[in-house]
Design a protein around this ligand. Structure first.
Ligand code: EPZ
Length: 422
């Protein structure tokens, strides 16, 4: 298992090119199962979660062709509507194939995803959304067994879906299924994340008729007549936010090419509260810090609030602030796996339920630490950049799920970081 070896103390200077958004790519790959025509996706990040999802649609029979800067998925001949536990266990996002398979073929058997390091992560809202479109859904031996009436003119019917909370995945499942339902569907309390809007843009390129994606109310016309399509995914706002924190935590200056301020408002505002300067440039964003870091209070919220996917990174940053920062995690029930590892580096953090109190000040000292999930892992890398001596981050495969060439991108900006193949 690969490890990262980091020697802290270097201010980062220079530029980072932000890759395509992992959390936009995954639902878009699942969405290709809806159509009998090829879909060309460009700007897919080269990360293991994307490789996994391409493998999943190929398992169902889709033909995946790689070109230099694009991937073509042709789901003309789907041979299976069943996804096994082993596949879903590896990556929860696999559950996103449920809606497309059910909507197109009238049946699907997809394993319930287990929990993961950050929480139970049930899929009850996905299931309720499909039931609102007329699906019959049972849970049998850990499998979601979904079907639509096999009467003439059967299949999903458009309807109103009111989500109990603005779940990103449930919104995406509902939107994808609704494109193949008969009649109009209205989704209320929809998630507003940019990745939801980008999925809608991809579906529209494929022939779907969708309005309101990116707002709490989405209208989908249904009975889509599909067509060959090409779609260029949005840049990864969480990757961009992560490198912004890398510049802030080391007291350096980085230009983030492709970063889009309009998708990162809450992250940028929090950086500015803490004393970091951020300004737009022709190619994206510049992030710089040369003064002291101020403590602040952070509460994670659904978009456009402060993103839960940036919580661990800001916890690392808060260890360098002059004072106490309160971080409240409201989206996932146990997204503090990075806390004990940051404490191993000398951070002063105490947990009270879903709130962490980070008291900045004690200098961090390098140590062996363990990655547990994608964003927890990168918070350890960020802390390693400002820890004296050597930090070894184990189980780097967590990072490779969502960060393209992280060590190389950081090295190019002056970090002393190398990957050690164990
Ligand atoms: C997406 O996960 C992202 N993943 C997550 O990013 C991100 O943290 C999350 O949205 C919130 O922004 C992808 O897009 C692939 P949710 P998702 O449904 O869709 C509960 C990363 O690091 N819930 O909005 O699974 C759920 O347990 C990953 O890149 C239900 O209770 O998130 C959680 O507590 C981590 N029932 C909350 O809602 C459901 O049916 C938000 O989950 C669905 C969700």
């Amino acid at each position: 298992m690969d490890r990262l070896r980091i020697v802290g103390g270097h201010k980062l200077q220079g530029g980072v090119t932000i890759s395509g958004a992992k959390n936009a790519a995954l639902p878009q790959i699942a969405a290709t199962l809806l159509s009998p025509y090829p879909v060309e996706l460009t700007n897919l990040p080269q990360v293991s979660d994307v490789e996994n999802m391409l493998g999943v649609v190929a398992l169902h029979g889709a033909e995946v062709t790689r070109a230099a800067h694009s991937t073509i998925i042709d789901a003309r001949n789907i041979v299976s509507t069943e996804t096994t536990y082993d596949t879903v266990r590896k990556m929860r996002a696999t559950v996103l194939v449920l809606g497309p398979l059910l909507a197109r073929f009238g049946q699907a058997r997809v394993s319930l995803p287990g929990g993961c390091a950050i929480g139970a992560r049930p899929v009850d809202m996905h299931i309720k959304a499909l039931a609102a479109l007329g699906a019959t859904i049972d849970i049998e031996n850990g499998l979601i067994v979904a079907s639509t009436p096999n009467t003439p003119g059967g299949g999903l019917k458009g309807g109103r879906i009111v989500l109990a909370s603005p779940s990103v995945g449930a919104t995406e499942t509902a939107m994808m299924a609704a494109t193949a339902a008969k009649g109009e569907t209205e989704i209320l309390n929809a998630a507003r994340e940019p990745e939801v809007a980008d999925l809608a843009a991809c579906l529209i390129a494929m022939g779907a008729k969708i309005e309101g994606a990116g707002t709490h109310r989405i209208l989908i016309e249904g009975s889509t007549s599909w067509q060959p399509a090409k779609h260029h995914g949005i840049p990864d706002r969480i990757e961009a936010g992560t490198y912004a924190v890398a510049a802030a935590i080391t007291g350096g200056t980085l230009e983030l090419t492709n970063a889009r301020l309009e998708n990162m408002a809450a992250t940028v505002q929090m950086l500015e509260f803490m004393g970091v300067s951020v300004w737009p440039s022709d190619r994206g964003l510049v992030v710089s810090r040369d003064g002291p870091l101020r403590p602040t209070d952070i509460t994670t919220e659904p978009y456009p609030g402060f993103p839960t996917d940036m919580q661990a990174q800001f916890m690392a940053l808060a260890t360098q602030a002059d004072g106490a920062t309160l971080i409240r995690e409201t989206v996932f029930e146990s997204r503090f796996m990075h806390v004990p590892e940051l404490i191993r580096l000398g951070a002063n953090i105490s947990l009270q339920g879903t709130t962490a109190v980070v008291r900045g000040g004690p200098p961090l000292r390098g140590a062996q630490v363990m990655a547990t999930d994608l964003r927890a892992s990168v918070s350890l890398v960020l802390a390693g950049l400002v820890s004296s001596g050597e930090t070894i981050v184990n189980r780097v495969y967590h990072l490779d799920r969502g960060y393209e060439q992280l060590d190389r991108k950081l090295r190019l900006c002056g970090a002393d970081i190398e990957r050690i193949s164990a």
